[in-house]
Design a protein around this ligand. Structure first.
Ligand code: IFM
Length: 446
């Protein structure tokens, strides 16, 4: 019998919130001195993003952030995780800062705080400045230093008001899709580039942690990982090795070196040529929490023609799926939360969870999304079961506050609990937003 999260008792300090990311909602891509990112570039490439969509306007959050923060307040959110667009504050990725861009995040942080919400700042959610990609991006070892300098700029500017920082969002996704599989920017498919990117991003993480620790008094530092069970497609033995290979690349290539000081065995030898003396100590720096983004398992199949010999497969025909076809496995979510607590011994915050759909307003203007409510109820119930089984889960941030630019899928997939009409920019809280607000109220210990 699934746990009903609204009737469960939650830990006293458990926090509820939502997450967003800069490129997916801000828009104003060419305004106030913002530089270009690798996603601006990718959106201009034919066939890379559905319908030729771009993040040029997105949810126009750059101009409408006050309205969006008011919505968060109305829903009772306690925490808001957003990301800073590196090219907005450093248009060329390094060197001269852009005061107008820095001002925007000043205004945003102040507005969030005035609403009684705690701002959590993520330094990198995939929008690398194009000028740095022109120098090799994450395949260039200097990228760790560029990221440390960018961290220092952000820490000095907002560290008086923001105390919770994440270095990166979903290390494995943007490195694998950007450098091994052409599903994301910059769209390279090369093993060596992928290995270099993995190692340099790990170095960048470690350097950033040190900068944050030295510059922000009372800081709480985390890193956000996508961790999904990798299941052999069709349960077939010939897909088992592929599932193991993906597990080590997708789930362990970042948290293992960052928190345990070693690369997983299937990566260790291949990555050795890029590892210099002292690197593992540079990467493995103490942090305060593990951020988990989780949606469901990945079904994997062997594909000898692919960069790493694996490819995404499909779930069984009878698997429950969301409107956009992603498998719904709340039991996996529970298991992952328990495993992470045991493996890394850090408090876990669920920094993303949710589901995509094709939500539309009805004749009455209301947006009903019962499937999302069922999804959230099942996953949040499973999270509660994990806590009861000993998982150290301290908070849950729904993905996402707003419908937004969903990368290669453009605007075809809606993940928000608030509907956005992209023609008019009208925001309409969906029935899931009301459900989530009621859940927050019900779980607050008086
Ligand atoms: O929209 C993305 C987000 O940017 C990263 N995590 C998964 C979400 C849904 O695909």
């Amino acid at each position: 019998m699934a746990t009903d999260p609204t009737a469960a008792t939650w830990p006293r300090d458990f926090v509820w919130g939502s997450s967003t990311s800069s490129y997916q909602i801000e828009g104003a891509a060419r305004e106030d001195g913002r530089g270009l990112s690798i996603w601006d570039t990718r959106c201009l490439m034919k066939g890379k993003v559905a319908n030729g969509d771009t993040g040029d306007v997105a949810c126009d959050h750059y101009h409408r952030y006050r309205e969006d923060v008011a919505l968060m307040k109305e829903l009772g959110l306690q925490v808001y995780r957003f990301s800073v667009a590196w090219p907005r504050v450093l248009p060329r990725g390094r060197g001269v800062a852009n005061e107008a861009g820095l001002d925007f995040y000043d205004r945003l942080v102040d507005t969030v705080l005035e609403a009684g919400i705690e701002p959590w700042l993520c330094l990198y959610h995939w929008d690398l400045p194009q000028a740095l990609d022109d120098l090799g991006g994450w395949t260039n070892r200097d990228s760790a230093g560029w990221f440390a300098d960018y961290t220092a700029l952000v820490a000095k500017r907002y560290g008086d008001r923001v105390k919770c920082f994440a270095t990166f969002n979903e290390f494995a996704v943007f490195t694998m899709f950007g450098y091994a599989i052409d599903w994301g920017a910059p769209g390279i498919t090369d093993r060596a580039a992928h290995l270099k990117a993995i190692h340099h991003v790990n170095l960048a993480h470690g350097a950033s942690v040190d900068v944050l620790r030295s510059l922000v008094r009372g800081v709480s530092i985390g890193a956000v990982h996508n961790w999904q069970l990798t299941r052999a497609e069709g349960g077939k033995p010939e897909n088992e090795d592929a599932a193991e290979m993906l597990d080590q690349h997708w789930n362990r290539a970042f948290p293992d070196p960052q928190l345990l000081g070693v690369y997983p065995p299937l990566i260790a030898t291949a990555i050795e040529p890029y590892v210099q003396a002292g690197d593992m100590a540079r990467i493995c720096r103490p942090i305060d929490w593990f951020g988990l983004n989780h949606y469901g398992p990945i079904f994997v199949k062997a594909d000898p023609s692919a960069t790493w010999g694996f490819a995404w497969g499909g779930p069984p025909d009878d698997a429950p799926r969301s409107e956009i076809g992603w498998p719904i496995y709340p039991g996996d979510f529970r298991d992952v939360l328990i495993q992470l607590t045991q493996r890394y011994k850090l408090p876990v915050y669920v920094t993303e969870n949710g589901c995509g759909g094709d939500d539309k307003p009805g004749a009455d203007g209301k947006v009903d999304d019962p499937k999302r409510i069922a999804f959230l109820s099942a996953y949040i119930g499973a999270m509660h079961e994990a806590i009861e089984a000993g998982a150290d889960v301290r908070g849950y941030l729904v993905w996402s506050l707003l419908d937004n630019f969903e990368w290669g899928s453009g605007y075809t997939q809606r993940f928000g609990i608030v509907h956005v009409d992209y023609e008019t920019q009208k925001r309409t809280p969906k029935s899931s937003a009301r459900w989530f607000a009621d859940l927050i109220t019900a779980t607050r210990v008086p």
